[in-house]
Design a binder for this molecule. Structure first.
Ligand code: AMP
Length: 221
């Protein structure tokens, strides 16, 4: 059965971690516009330089460019059985343009307290080569326990052996701007997809080992 999934939610909520773990289970690709933009920025191209400046300011990349790149990606062969979108759409305009290109089966809205988001993001580490995500924070607030996601060898990606880095936009100042951008431009998508009857809330209650089985159950897998 074809499964086209969107992960919605503020930056740092866990969209990328969930999407990367679900991808091999559901056998559909994990598509992160943020990863695609970071790869272009790392290439040092003219476009990459512009993207780097936008991303490190916490702002969003213009809709037309983002949608164009995304549409091209979901037309590829590996998306025939579906895909998991992480970080797209981020504006109503992007969602409307996506609706013209394909249909979506479910929107998973990841919910996590803002104080925890900031803690998690400042402690996040990503592989500069494959984008795999780690976290050095051990978060315990009330009943919620989010254990650290550490690599086997410090600073080295388990998956590909690449170096782990701290994203330039994962600093407290940029995170605050990214959260404001989320509230203003992306949060309205919760209403947009609720009205379409596609939204399911994923309330984060622990680390991914606890949450992945819950998400699979929610989507009937
Ligand atoms: P992420 O890795 O999803 O947190 O994205 C990192 C940055 O890439 C964001 O702060 C934006 O500047 C840019 N970006 C990623 N996805 C989108 C999108 N769908 N629309 C606009 N900008 C995006």
């Amino acid at each position: 059965m074809i499964m086209r999934i969107i992960f919605l939610g503020p930056p740092g909520a866990g969209k990328g971690t969930y999407a990367s773990r679900l991808s091999p289970i559901l056998k559909i690709p994990h598509i992160s516009t943020g990863d695609m933009f970071r790869a272009e920025a790392a290439s040092g191209s003219e476009l990459g330089k512009k993207l780097h400046d936008i991303m490190t300011s916490g702002a969003l990349v213009p809709d037309e460019l983002t949608v164009e790149i995304l549409k091209e990606r979901i037309q590829k062969d590996d998306c025939k059985e579906g895909f998991i979108l992480d970080g797209f759409p981020r504006t109503i305009k992007q969602a409307e343009m996506l609706d013209q290109a394909t249909s979506i089966d479910v929107v998973l809205n990841v919910k996590l307290d803002q104080e925890i988001l900031i803690k998690k993001m400042t402690a996040r580490r990503v592989c500069k080569d494959c984008g795999n995500i780690y976290n050095i924070a051990d978060i315990r607030i009330g009943d919620l326990h989010m254990p650290p996601l550490l690599p086997e060898k410090e600073g080295v990606c388990d998956k590909c052996g690449g170096n782990l880095i701290h994203r330039k936009d994962d600093t407290k100042e940029v995170i605050e701007d990214r959260l404001k951008e989320y509230e203003k431009k992306t949060a309205p998508l919760i209403d947009y997809y609720t009205k379409k009857g596609l939204l399911k809330d994923v309330v984060v209650a622990g680390g991914p080992d606890m949450m992945i089985p819950r998400i699979l159950e929610m989507i009937g897998k």
